[in-house]
Design a protein around this ligand. Structure first.
Ligand code: ZN
Length: 175
């Protein structure tokens, strides 16, 4: 496996609409998925979309576990769950919207307040090309919306009500 270079908005691929993947089971796509997982973990980030590594195809990886500090005392935090989504589509969006601070690995040093649907349902293919359905709520739903936006060339700064430079000590999860 190898680490991939994460591109910034100076590379036009980040703004392009990504194309669907005919079959994710090719060695090239399988290697790309493994490299994207490694790159996301190294960054570190909670999600990475293929256009962020200059591949204009509809693929993203997400790995997220709620912070233990968000859980009641004594409750074990669940292990981080890894999602690989190919040709994802949001099929249902909650009416309820929530505001939250977002960052992006392609826009280092900045964060922004973005309104997102509190819950979404997604259909996609997994890395074996089999159909999957995912229900996501809260931060996980936010991450899915952020990554799927990347596949359409949309960045969080397009949706943010305000953006700011992050300080060294400020923790904003990057996607
Ligand atoms: Zn991003």
């Amino acid at each position: 496996m190898s680490l991939l270079t994460i591109i910034t908005p100076s590379n036009p691929i980040l703004r392009r609409k990504a194309r669907p993947i005919a079959d994710p089971r090719t060695p090239e796509i399988q290697r790309l998925i493994d490299d994207m997982i490694e790159t996301m973990r190294d960054a570190p980030g909670v999600g990475l979309a293929a256009p962020q590594v200059a591949e204009p195809i509809r693929l993203a990886v997400i790995e997220y576990a709620p912070d233990s500090e968000d859980l009641p005392e004594g409750v074990e935090p669940p292990a981080a769950k890894l999602y690989v989504i190919v040709n994802p589509e949001i099929t249902t969006r909650s009416e309820e919207m929530v505001d939250g601070a977002e960052g992006c690995l392609s826009i280092p040093g900045y964060a922004g307040m973005v309104m997102r649907h509190n819950a979404v349902k997604i259909k996609a293919l997994n890395r074996q090309g089999r159909p999957i359905r995912i229900k996501a709520e809260g931060w996980l739903a936010r991450i899915f919306q952020h990554e799927i936006d990347h596949l359409d060339g949309v960045l969080f700064i397009d949706r943010a009500s305000r953006t700011w430079k992050t300080r060294e000590d400020e923790e904003v999860e990057a996607e």
